[in-house]
Write a protein that binds this ligand. Structure first.
Ligand SMILES: NC(=O)c1ccc[n+]([C@@H]2O[C@H](COP(=O)([O-])OP(=O)(O)OC[C@H]3O[C@@H](n4cnc5c(N)ncnc54)[C@H](OP(=O)(O)O)[C@@H]3O)[C@@H](O)[C@H]2O)c1
Length: 393
């Protein structure tokens, strides 16, 4: 018999409203008792007495046994989620930044207080990847998990490559459609994909890796030269996070734009859709595909977590508890195309091998091998140079 859930819902924006729309169409053994929001003067689609700006009215309400956290402020979200878990309430969150930043602490709190935090909606919207990594791949040797994890930047790249739309118009459309984070640099700078990658790495390999230790290069410096270069070679550019196990001892994690050709399964993942490619030892390649952003797709993943809480489901973090030889490392060589402006940057980046160079006044690029450590160490330099980096397959 499932238990009745009385919910306190934080946030009534794109995802909060999306979740509410889904819940009201279904006969489920749950009710939303109260909503917490930030701005008391905003127009709402529900009676105003249901809303409060006082978090503790939900967190200290003994009738509320489940908190759903769907706000766009990671610091406030951490305070809400940790207090709720300590108050004996189970929690569902879609806040990847907050979870990736505080995961280890949140696991400790769950274990100390016997409560459960679920966050499927935080990674790739509607695609059920966390529970799969947690449950299904337990005994599998996972070689790698990669794909398209950010609906907003994928939407922008799709519009540019398929419809010749300019970058700014595509970004505005993504924002208008509710795919983009409140601060767009989180999407186009590769931060959002990196937060998701840190969470994926945790459930895939049992590692806690701080987001600041992971390289993220985004699409915000993409220029017409890069687009032309890609088109001439029949490539599209996709923003691809990668988690890969190397030699049973290290796991490498990075987010970078990547050239993909039609042979890649990611080539046809367009617009706000996400795709997750799992490479496993005996199952070989498997592919998960679905909407990665938007109120209703994300709301459906949040509802799936809420439904799981009716049966007291919790992540067991078994891979973290097992002794393992695996460590996170950035000592790994990748091949990149780098469009650059200032010649002096090349010396600092220390390319290990150069396979191609092009030198014209407005458009200089180099293709060669480079260590992830070097890209991380020189990230500020790369940003100041306003160049663009793409991994070459
Ligand atoms: N949009 C997506 O496609 C998507 C997909 C996956 C995950 N997510 C995640 O879901 C979360 C919500 O995203 P969203 O797109 O729904 O954001 P949003 O549309 O900007 O809505 C944010 C909501 O949070 C409320 N809020 C902000 N600070 C608050 C606080 N301290 N206390 C209570 N309420 C507060 C806002 O209140 P007001 O209404 O008063 O402004 C608003 O209702 C984020 O963590 C995001 O990363 C979003």
């Amino acid at each position: 018999m499932s238990k009745k859930l009385t919910l306190g819902l934080f946030g009534f924006g794109v995802v909060g409203q999306g979740l509410y729309d889904i819940i009201k169409t279904k006969k489920l053994n749950l009710e939303i008792k109260r909503f917490a929001i930030k701005n008391p003067d905003k127009k709402r689609t529900l009676p105003l007495e249901l809303f409060t700006t006082q978090a503790d009215e939900l967190l200290d309400d003994v009738e509320i046994n489940t908190i759903v956290e769907l706000i766009d402020d990671a610091d406030a979200a951490f305070h809400i989620v940790s207090k709720a878990l300590k108050n004996g309430k189970n929690v569902v969150s879609a806040n990847k930044k907050m979870i990736a930043t505080h995961l280890e602490e949140l696991v400790d709190i769950q274990q100390a207080y016997g409560t459960s935090l679920l966050y499927e909606g935080a990674v790739c919207g509607s695609i059920p990847i966390i529970r799969n990594l947690e449950e299904y791949y337990d005994n599998e040797l996972l070689h790698s998990v990669s794909g398209i994890f950010n609906g907003s930047s994928n939407y922008i790249l799709s519009k540019i490559f398929n419809e010749h739309m300019d970058y700014d118009t595509a970004l505005k459309q993504a924002q208008h459609l509710g795919f983009a984070e409140t601060d767009p640099i989180l999407d186009v700078g590769g931060f959002d994909a990196k937060f998701k990658l840190a969470i994926v790495a945790s459930h895939a390999y049992g590692l806690y890796v701080k987001p600041e230790e992971i390289l993220n290069i985004g699409i915000d410096q993409l220029s017409d030269y890069d687009i032309r270069f890609a088109r001439e070679k029949n490539y599209k550019i996709k923003l691809v996070p990668t988690a890969k196990e190397i030699g049973n001892e290290k796991v490498i994690l990075y987010v970078i734009p990547k050239f993909v050709n039609e042979k890649s399964i990611l080539y046809s993942v367009e617009n706000e859709y996400n795709g997750v490619v799992v490479q496993a030892a005996f199952a070989d390649q498997q592919f998960f595909y679905g909407k990665g952003a938007g109120g209703h797709p994300t709301g459906s993943a949040v509802l799936s977590d809420i439904a799981a809480l009716r049966y007291d489901y919790r992540y067991e973090y078994k891979k973290h508890l097992e002794a393992t030889q695996l460590n996170h490392s950035n000592n790994h060589k990748i091949t990149v195309y780098l469009r650059y402006n200032d010649e002096s940057i090349l010396e600092k980046l220390n390319f290990l091998k150069v396979s191609e160079r092009h030198y014209a006044r407005e458009f200089k690029y180099i293709i060669g091998d480079i260590n992830l450590e070097s890209l991380i160490a020189n990230k500020d330099l790369l940003a100041a140079d306003k160049g663009f980096v793409v991994e070459v397959p």
